[in-house]
Design a binder for this molecule. Structure first.
Ligand SMILES: [Zn+2]
Length: 312
């Protein structure tokens, strides 16, 4: 009987199964774990007649089954692994798309924010919440896919731009479509991070209260009453009636533009504050944003950007 080598011949297989003169090179440990049929077969004593040859470096296990049946079972098993690898490949690809959408450096974040909105996932729209929450839920659940974890700090931050009600119950829907809340695990991380963000909010906008105190002994331009009046307006915009987390990672220029629009300022903030105050406020805010950007992973329970990048 001439032997046929089947196309199920895994290069790193460690046993050859033979039925009806057809040989399959497969993984003993893997198949034994999958099915008792295989684990039983592998534990059966094999004839030790000395004629037993090694094939491709492996012992040969003779089975009584039909080669055709065996081929069907083995290709089903190995094709399924193939599909699994393919899915992981898709995750890797998807991961890089998501990383573009949820940048993981402050520089990239500024680059995206300076464009009108995000690439595709609109933070402000209810529909955007649905997509955002799905992504957060998925990436939280699949923490085993290392490509996905670096997007989570920004994703959790953006989830926190929603109200607590939305985080807990999903965006209220006008139609009958089901709302998508954050999963319990994602909720916990998001809300814990929210608490830490809020703790830093005062420190973050301390520059508003410091207006009037900037300046140096060498700066002879006096602090103006107009500059003092601006503190009141800015305080209202930034702290009242509620804190606005969306301001936290926005660039100075954007915060300035937005405040200017909201306060109906006819002049730029720069010309309303005295030079020392404007310069001091700007620097304080830019530094605070940089610090928060660096600390963001820690707020959501990750070690650091460097650690997140290392696994990705
Ligand atoms: Zn001033």
């Amino acid at each position: 009987m001439s032997l046929i080598r089947s196309n199920i011949w895994l290069a790193d297989g460690n046993i050859v199964i033979q039925a009806d003169g057809v040989q399959f090179k497969v993984h003993q440990g893997y198949l034994a774990r999958l099915s008792t049929i295989f684990s039983d077969a592998f534990s059966m004593p094999q004839p030790r007649d000395g004629a037993q040859l090694r094939v491709d470096g492996c012992h040969v296990l003779h089975l009584q089954d039909s080669a055709q049946d065996l081929a069907v079972v083995l290709s089903e098993i190995y094709d399924r692994i193939g599909r699994k690898y393919e899915i992981q490949h898709i995750f890797k690809e998807g991961g890089s798309r998501l990383r573009a959408e949820f940048p993981n450096t402050l520089w990239e974040l500024s680059r995206f924010e300076s464009q009108a909105g995000w690439l595709g996932i609109d933070v402000e729209e209810a529909e955007g919440t649905k997509v955002l929450f799905r992504i957060v839920n998925f990436c939280t659940a699949r923490s085993d896919i290392e490509e996905l974890t670096p997007i989570l700090p920004i994703a959790y931050y953006r989830a926190n731009l929603r109200s607590i009600e939305t985080i807990l119950a999903g965006e209220p829907r006008l139609d009958d479509s089901p709302s998508v809340p954050l999963s319990p695990k994602a909720q916990r991380t998001t809300l814990l991070g929210r608490h830490r963000l809020l703790e830093r909010y005062g420190e973050f906008f301390a520059w508003v209260d410091s207006i009037g105190q900037f300046g140096s002994p060498f700066d002879w331009t006096p602090h103006t009453p107009q500059c003092s009046r601006m503190i009141l307006n800015l305080t209202k915009a930034v702290w009242k009636p509620k804190l606005r987390l969306i301001f936290m990672l926005r660039t100075w220029d954007e915060v300035e533009r937005q405040l200017q629009a909201e306060l109906g300022m006819m002049l730029e903030l720069k010309s309303l504050l005295c030079d020392a105050c404007y310069g001091g406020a700007r620097k304080t805010r830019v530094d605070a944003r940089q610090r928060l950007g660096n600390d963001l992973p820690g707020l959501f329970g990750f070690q650091s950007w460097a650690a997140l990048h290392k696994v990705a």
